[in-house]
Design a protein around this ligand. Structure first.
Ligand code: ZN
Length: 330
């Protein structure tokens, strides 16, 4: 592979391994945009989309798309947790650490601390920085932009992705160890994207995400001359007090009946809970408020206290538990 390596690491028995990345556009300029995915090795949608985007931009830079120009330098790390991806593991396989709990990292530290440090150093000079995640294996998220206590510039720029939901969240202690948080002290504009669930490549979500990134490149004039995507839909902006999580009050088999991205009326059925032994219908899970179904459970084995769905309401709702980091999708 000719791609530059973020970090070169040795293994006890086998050959050395790298974390490769793409460095596209004008090499003498500071990067305008840094895109990162695969910090969690089982979140395949983001890895797949960034690999495809790197392919597209490489072709644009080589003149394969007449009339289109890559005007700025772009850094793309399709997969940070390369070993986790190869072994279908969310965490770093050698020591079980979550790389997104290791930031800002340490260049003389343990492996995942060194990885975190290297990711931060490579992406620090960029003006726009984007970290892409999926949820866990159990839960599916509507493709969305997440903002943690953003400034007004980030709030406006977030709409340039054209994704259906821009979701503002409060700062929390878990988030402070993530790449998204480490970027905040570097200035610039920082975004976390969430799309789909872990363990699978979901064609519709991946396509949506790819189009969102191309639209963002065009609207920030990093990419010029490409036809504007026609898949843009209404972007809805939600504040931290517009999220309504549905938490399970009964265990059983959960069968989901709704697709993410649907606008629900109060009372609409989201799913059914059946008894695991006698098959009796135990509960119809219904939307308590009207709103956008931004996430839904796909894992049928349901325990009391599990997150079943998340609805984003057009109105401010009473304070509720923040479930956005449940399952450690981020
Ligand atoms: Zn993740």
């Amino acid at each position: 592979m000719n791609a530059p390596a973020l970090l070169r690491m040795t293994a006890p028995l086998r050959e050395d391994f790298d974390i490769p990345y793409h460095d596209l556009g004008h090499p003498e300029r500071a990067p305008k945009l840094a895109l990162v995915a695969g910090i969690h090795g089982d979140e395949l949608n983001g890895v797949f989309v960034l690999a495809r985007l790197a392919n597209f931009l490489t072709r644009v830079a080589a003149g394969a798309h007449p009339g289109q120009t890559l005007c700025e330098r772009v850094i793309i790390i399709p997969c940070v947790n390369v070993l986790g991806l190869n072994t279908r593991s969310r965490r770093w396989p050698f020591d079980g650490t979550d790389i997104n709990r290791m930031f800002p990292g340490y260049d003389a530290g343990e492996t995942t601390q060194r990885i975190a440090h290297a990711v931060l150093e490579l992406t620090r000079p960029a003006h726009y920085r984007v970290d892409i995640h999926s949820s866990n294996l159990d839960f599916e998220e509507l493709p969305q932009v997440r903002l943690y206590e953003p400034n007004d510039v980030e709030r406006a720029t977030a709409h340039r992705f054209g994704l259906p939901a821009v979701i503002e969240l409060r700062m929390n202690t878990v988030f402070t160890s993530t790449l998204g948080h480490a970027w905040r002290v570097c200035g610039g504009e920082n975004f976390v994207l969430q799309a789909g669930r872990a363990g699978v490549v979901q064609a519709a979500h991946s396509e949506r995400l790819f189009q969102a990134l191309v639209a963002f490149l065009q609207r920030t004039e990093i990419l010029r001359g490409a036809p504007l995507s026609d898949v843009d839909e209404d972007v809805h902006h939600f504040g931290p007090r517009q999220a309504v999580p549905l938490i399970s009050t009964t265990a059983g088999f959960f069968v989901s009946r709704a697709e993410v991205g649907r606008w629900l009326q109060a009372g609409d059925v989201i799913g059914l809970v059946y008894d695991g032994f006698d098959g009796e219908l135990r509960q119809e899970v219904r939307a308590p408020v009207p709103g956008l179904l931004s996430g839904v459970r796909r894992q049928p084995l349901l325990f009391e206290g599990d997150l079943i769905a998340r609805i984003h309401s057009r109105q401010v709702v009473p304070d509720s538990v923040d479930t956005h980091l449940q399952g450690q999708g981020q």
